[in-house]
Design a protein around this ligand. Structure first.
Ligand code: NAP
Length: 501
């Protein structure tokens, strides 16, 4: 059968594997393919350089809250991390170095935004449409990121605001905040990093808090050059440090999943942090959360509370009634005329934006399949979508440790499935429906007893209330589960038509 008969565009480029995205996930997958001796792959990237979230989030103070020696590829250690917690520029540079070291750029098609992906049932291929052209591939592996699409709040009148405005993930570095009346909406992980950095510039900074977060001290410091020398000369010291950070983080699972009562320890630390840093009793009440600690992500900061107490900064917590062309009106009737609004309002985390573009077997659309909340098997494979894999898909995110560890686990797992498909000379591999169902039933049972189910709203939850983002356990148990690859969990099949192009 010809490509025309199969509905494949003539200009379609053929490759064995398409990877979506050049963050930790996409780059890590590409490296693994190279290690497996597979060179026939293309990475599509909507931006003009690599880096994913660490390329996009360039707001003042952007940094990771997982220590650098754990938040990096195990096979690409960096003796030169400057601090305990890596900053955005350092992480972006790290990912660029990794890209160049592994010579991945020839595989990357920049400025190629995904516009559609259609499974060709007869041949077992995916037709992938992008803004830069079309591709046909046997496999698609998406590393499109869980926190990649900025979300603007659905506040009445937000579209009428005529002043300057931008989201934390699309920071406008050309706009000077000096002397302006600025409002920040949102007090999540991003806002608590950028507010302290910008607080001195505006004439007035109004911080709109809907829900306060639990915040513990940030134990950050620069690495001494002797430490870096030691990491280089005696790599075991760097490995021991990584191991120590890993274990310290894993301990949190005991409280988050197994015995939520243990989270009291974190509550004591966070409450003491408020008492030490906030002097005004009324502000103390305003910034003290009422939900159990850990239910939403625990944040770390030493300069958030001090920033809120600067003379030009105010915290408004009654909720926002409306945004007008020039002002923000609170539910308590307060009105603030503002020149600029900065949205620190997070991302579309529970509705993967590419799901509406993925058309699987029998024409099913992934967004429809996921209408009541995303689910997959091991966070990678979805029944009805053969030869398609996610990295950082449903229930893979962590509330306690490094996503890079989870990403490496998933990359290894996907490689095992690809290897099995190759060994069986299969054209299509698809997770069995009953395997996916049983896995998700078990996950939801475990999540039901976790701290994340104790009654707060968070981006870990789909609007249906189902926790679709988090892995409920130790990261090593996720790895063990993935290592234990069972061929019987999948169906491997031959194509009905051998399509040529
Ligand atoms: P986020 O944690 O989802 O916070 C969004 C903030 O906006 C929350 O305070 C939320 O209030 C508020 N908000 C949303 N819609 C609103 C509305 N309609 N009206 C008023 N307030 C509204 O987003 P983020 O701060 O960008 O962080 C997202 C995630 O990115 C983090 O949890 C983390 O995983 C990751 N991140 C990590 C780092 C790091 O490693 N240090 C840094 C930045 C981001 P509610 O709480 O009431 O919903």
């Amino acid at each position: 059968m010809t490509h025309v008969a199969l509905g494949i565009p003539k200009s379609c480029i053929e490759t064995r594997i398409i990877i979506i995205g050049t963050g930790f996930a996409g780059l890590g997958m590409a490296i693994r393919l190279k290690e497996m001796g597979i060179d026939d792959f293309i990475i599509i990237e909507r931006a003009s350089d690599v880096g994913g979230t660490w390329r996009d989030n360039r707001y003042p103070g952007a940094a990771c809250d997982v220590p650098s020696h754990l938040y990096s590829f195990s096979f690409e250690p960096n003796n030169e991390w400057s601090r305990v917690y890596p900053t955005q520029p350092e992480l972006e540079a790290y990912l660029q170095n990794v890209t160049d070291k592994w010579d991945l750029r020839p595989h990357i098609r920049f400025a190629h935004t995904l516009t559609g992906a259609h499974y060709q049932q007869n041949s077992g291929h995916w037709l992938v449409n992008t803004s830069g052209g079309d591709f046909r591939a046997r496999f698609v592996i998406s590393g499109n990121g869980g926190l990649a699409e900025p979300k603007l709040p659905d506040i009445p009148g937000v579209e009428n605001f005529s002043g300057h405005h931008f989201h934390s993930a699309t920071w406008d570095h050309n706009y000077s905040l000096a002397g302006k009346r600025v409002a920040v909406i949102g007090t999540g992980a991003s806002a608590i990093q950028f507010v302290p950095k910008i607080a001195d510039a505006p004439a007035k900074l109004s911080v709109y808090q809907r829900t306060p977060n639990w915040i513990i001290p940030r134990k950050d410091r620069a690495y001494h050059r002797l430490e870096k020398w030691l990491f280089k000369r005696l790599p075991i010291t760097r490995k021991l440090l990584r191991g120590k950070i890993y274990c310290q983080n894993e301990i949190r699972v005991l409280g988050m999943v197994l015995h939520p009562a243990l989270m009291k320890i974190f509550r004591m630390i966070a409450s003491r942090h408020i008492r030490r840093q906030v002097t005004d009793p009324s502000l103390r009440t305003t910034v003290t959360p009422t939900f159990p600690i850990g239910c939403k992500r625990i944040l770390i900061s030493n300069d958030w509370y001090p920033a809120l107490q600067k003379p030009n900064v105010e915290v408004l917590s009654s909720g926002i009634k409306e945004i007008t062309a020039t002002s923000i009106i609170g539910k308590d009737g307060s009105e603030r005329a503002v020149d600029c609004i900065i949205f620190g309002t997070g991302f579309y985390a529970t509705d993967n934006p590419i799901a509406a573009m993925i058309h699987g077997r029998d024409g099913r659309v992934l967004a429809d399949v996921w209408a009541n909340g995303e689910e997959a098997y091991l966070g990678s494979s979805v029944h009805g979508f053969p030869n398609f894999f996610f990295i950082v898909g449903p229930n893979v995110t962590l509330g306690h440790s490094s996503m890079v560890y989870m990403i490496e686990t998933q990359i290894a797992a996907i490689s095992r499935v690809l290897t099995a498909a190759n060994a069986l000379a299969a054209d299509a591999v698809e997770v069995r429906a009953e395997v996916q169902q049983a896995y998700n039933k078990e996950l939801q049972n475990r999540l039901g007893g976790s701290v994340w189910a104790t009654g707060c709203d968070s981006w870990y939850k789909h609007r249906s209330g189902k926790i679709t983002q988090l892995w409920p356990g130790f990261t090593f148990s996720f790895r063990r589960r993935n290592r234990d690859f069972k061929q019987a969990d999948y169906t491997f099949s031959k194509a009905r038509v051998e399509a040529t192009i």
